[in-house]
Design a protein around this ligand. Structure first.
Ligand SMILES: Cc1ncc(C[n+]2csc(CCOP(=O)(O)OP(=O)(O)O)c2C)c(N)n1
Ligand SMILES: [Mg+2]
Length: 576
């Protein structure tokens, strides 16, 4: 398609329109915002999320007009940033959001901090106050706000540095996996600039080398494995390219396979798959961990969530294999042996050297544990009192039975997230859980970002009532976008995470209990299909009608506030 750019400029008192044919006139001048939009397009950006104002509206319109670009206009800037976060996580590419200067930028602090902690490659195009004005009502010093979240701020305050700043932003985002905010003063964006060829970051960045561990280090690991009795393998996001190698390692060591929550399902279907590790692990998986004496952690940064605060295993038991280990994570050195290597190459080298050498005692029947994970409840705690609404554990298992296995699922923070984590027979790339920074109020945005990545795959969002109401305005964005999302609210009429702690501490829970509201009617008001669920027998028929329909739906499932997630039970007991 021919890129014809129409620009208006002032010549004396006359307004002159020029048409720039970019094929013929590579050095033609265009407005800075247009040149910047062309550069983003050259970076391969085809999906953007934003809310416009003076600082970004021209850039956004220019980029949205370029071939194949889809622009999502949201109702709150935080949502744009959170959508770009989920889009980046799902696609593996750089997420792009855009906000105006001043109040547009201040809205995204929580989403930026989350993206930093989740190591999300992202570029946020932000306006800046005009450089030539003596006063501007939306002025704020943007850099310290952004850098305070841990993100990078690049101010491009002269048209001469605009293209190199965009290139730098994408180079940093891709190579360091971090969000970068790019600030361009809004008056400078209206200047003219030669639209020279832009060199995209991927033309500059070399491919990351894949290191094998040294033969000596491999021998050391093999010796530890041979001296161990029961080996458990944990895979994180860095193991996505090493699935078969990890499975082979489990087979040759008679060991178990587990996944961190973000890659739930990575070993789905393997007879040694014990599901997720960490605080949310199945009771049977916890039992297996209690018998393991060696942990091989592959491609995971080993947060405290992964070891459930060192309850499942201790750092001394762990060998960590990662191409970029942190060595100190969540307040401790998380492993006793660190291997800097490519996950697949390292595990393959270990398997090759292990040959027939197995752990000294290999009577561990992991396939029996794996069968129990699939057939027994994840949490068997019983309650003496009759429950005042549905048991969220039974709701989750019913949902697992009625929701097709190839729909994508999105899970968020809050007490209900434990229940929404226990779904089986589903693939890792059909699950998205960004829980870093622990902020509530992201669910709808994450689901929209995930759906924007694969618009033809239905997405199921599991949310709490509190998190949902925090950004309910994005229902309007969802309906306008035409994406198909099933929103499932585990509605306990409260900030569940708070009430359980307040109750345990004997403190009044009045500030955390709100009642149920009529979320189904609200959803219908926005144009979704809305249902209140008080009996899990309703779910099968509702799933059928969602599948057959074309639009989004919300199910407000009334769950009991008496059932505590095991993580919460342990936490409240510890605080006594
Ligand atoms: C932005 C933000 N504000 C406050 C909190 C504290 N907080 C953690 S969980 C939670 C309750 C969430 O309620 P809901 O979404 O209904 O989920 P539930 O815990 O009830 O399952 C709150 C307020 C937080 N994590 N993030
Ligand atoms: Mg709640």
């Amino acid at each position: 398609m021919q890129a014809v750019v129409k620009n208006k400029y002032e010549k004396g008192t006359q307004q002159v329109w020029i048409l720039l044919d970019k094929r013929r006139s590579a050095l033609a001048e265009a407005k800075v915002y247009q040149v910047a939009a062309n550069a983003f397009h050259a970076e391969g950006v085809r999906t953007i999320f934003g809310l416009t104002g003076d600082g970004n509206m021209h850039w956004e319109a220019a980029l949205a007009a370029l071939p194949d670009v889809r622009s999502f206009h949201v109702r709150h800037e935080h949502a744009a940033c959170a959508m770009a976060t989920a889009y980046a996580q799902a696609s593996g590419d750089v997420g792009v959001a855009s906000v105006t200067c001043g109040p547009g930028l201040t809205q995204i602090m929580t989403a930026l901090a989350t993206a930093v902690q989740a190591k999300i490659p992202m570029v946020v195009f932000a306006g800046e106050a005009p450089i030539n004005a003596t006063w501007y009502n939306q002025y704020i010093d943007q850099a310290p706000l952004v850098t305070g979240t841990g993100a990078v701020y690049i101010a491009a305050r002269s048209k001469k540095v605009v293209l190199s700043s965009i290139q730098e932003a994408f180079i940093i985002a891709r190579s360091r996996r971090i969000p970068v905010v790019l600030g361009l003063p809004l008056d400078m964006q209206q200047e003219f600039l030669a639209d020279t060829d832009y060199v995209p970051s991927l033309d500059v960045l070399p491919e990351a080398p894949a290191f094998s561990p040294s033969a000596e280090l491999t021998r050391k690991i093999v010796e530890r494995i041979s001296n161990a009795r029961r080996v458990m393998i944990i895979a994180g996001r860095g193991a996505l390219g090493a699935v078969e190698a990890c499975q082979r390692l489990a087979e040759v060591t008679d060991g178990g396979l587990t996944a961190t929550l973000p890659v739930r399902g990575i070993f789905d279907g393997h007879p040694r798959d014990l599901g997720i590790t960490g605080g949310f692990a199945h009771e049977v998986t916890r039992e297996a961990f209690s018998q393991a004496d060696l942990i091989v952690a592959v491609g995971t940064s080993l947060t405290r969530h992964t070891s459930d605060l060192n309850i499942l295993f201790q750092p001394e038991q762990v060998i960590q294999i990662d191409n970029n280990p942190q060595f100190f994570r969540h307040g401790q050195v998380p492993a006793s042996l660190h291997v800097i290597a490519d996950a697949r190459l390292a595990v393959e080298a270990i398997c090759a050297q292990l040959g027939g050498k197995r752990p000294s005692s290999s009577e561990w029947d992991i396939p029996a544990f794996a069968r129990r994970v699939l057939t027994e409840p994840a949490d068997t705690a019983e309650y003496d009192e009759p429950l005042n609404a549905l048991d969220p554990r039974l709701v989750a298992s019913r949902l697992d039975a009625v929701l097709p296995k190839d729909w994508a699922m999105v899970s968020v923070a809050g007490h209900q997230s434990y229940f929404a984590s226990h779904f089986y027979g589903r693939k890792a790339n059909d699950f998205l859980a960004i829980r870093e920074f622990g902020a509530i109020g992201n669910g709808l945005s994450y689901a929209i970002g995930r759906a924007a990545y694969r618009p033809n795959q239905p997405v199921v969002l599991f949310e709490g009532d509190g998190g949902f109401l925090m950004h309910i305005q994005e229902l309007e964005t969802l309906v306008r976008s035409g994406l198909k999302i099933l929103i499932i609210i585990f509605n306990d009429g409260a900030y569940g995470s708070e009430i359980h702690k307040l109750r345990a501490d004997g403190v009044s829970e009045h500030g955390a209990v709100f009642g149920f509201g009529n979320l189904a009617a609200i959803a219908r008001g926005f144009g979704l299909d809305g249902h209140t669920v008080t009996d899990s027998a309703q779910l099968a028929e509702l799933a059928r009608s969602f599948e057959q329909g074309t639009g989004s739906a919300l199910w407000d499932i009334r769950i009991s506030d008496q059932v505590m997630a095991p993580t919460m039970r342990r936490q409240t007991k510890r605080s006594k």
